[in-house]
Design a protein around this ligand. Sequence first.
Ligand code: SF4
Length: 371
Amino acid sequence: MSTETTTWSTAELRKLRSKAVAWYVQHGRELPWRATSDPYAIWVSEIMLQQTQVATVIPFFLRFLARFPSVAILANSTLDEVYQHWAGLGYYRRARQLHQAANAIVQEHDGLFPKDFSKVLALPGIGRYTAGAILSFSSDQRLPIVEANTQRLYARLLHLSAETTSKESQVQLWSFAEQVLPKQSGSGQTNQALMEIGSQICLPKNPLCAICPLQSLCPTFSSGRHATIPAPKKPKEFTDLEEAALVIRDRRGRILMRRCAADERWAGLWDFPRFDITGYSGCSSVRKRLAELFQERFGRPVLIGKELHTLKHAVTRYRITLNSFEAQIEDGHRTQWNSAIEIEWADQDPLAELALSSSGKKLWMWLNGPG
Ligand code: SF4
């Protein structure tokens, strides 16, 4: 069985391109961001599509563009407004960086989306793939792209059995992504076509080789090694964390929410006061520890009451057990809130008012759920 990587001649690359584009013209999906050459709209779609499925993104994309139709309007909006239109897509860091980048475009590029690759790459939240995608799709620049779908497709077209994440493999994949592009015009369409084949035909587990337009050229189809090319990813290693959220009500029944700081997970979003209690969870000293942590951070003494609910969730490489406790600010103390922390007493549905962290939202829904 051959483990050799395939080299492509110029003539084979030309054939590959023309087969991919011909298939795409006939079978490519009509997606709202494909009907425009506006780099701003393409940029928004690319950021939304990171970690989110196409079908989920479509309504969010249309609503977002209706509310923020230009870079200038996005830059002039508050981050909370942007979060409101992002709610439901998750991974809010993307929204924050989109907002930061819009401000950078207004300040440094007179509000016009830059056309120069290095300037696009310098914007917050934009990496090599996204910069290449925006510029090749919007202005047909000859820029290679490698994302999850093309990475898998190119690994198979190269018969690349090494881990795709290794430095050598990345060099090979990006080099192939460049070689495959036409010398003259048509790079945007070629990139789109190959991405579409990667996502719709060259599927991770059971690629649809029988209907693949590239079958006659594909070394992985010939070797039958699509189960091991690309090499399966190593399972993710998780770190377990134990955290506690405090549900603090005032006399009117309003609940204390606070904005997550810039160096925290979910920076800029709203959440219950939350603390790392790894090593204390289930111990008799957990309440004392929580009261200390709350006073240190918020500046006010607190009485911790009964335990309410436990949520389990995963964020990036962390597997988190989130316990929640009732708590009350202790009366009779003339203490001040730590002014560095932004707080709100939520007396109505904060889901409509505040952009909550995902676990904050789950806890709020549990508190207000039936029964
Ligand atoms: S023939 Fe099969 S493995 Fe090769 S590119 Fe097409 S779908 Fe992928």
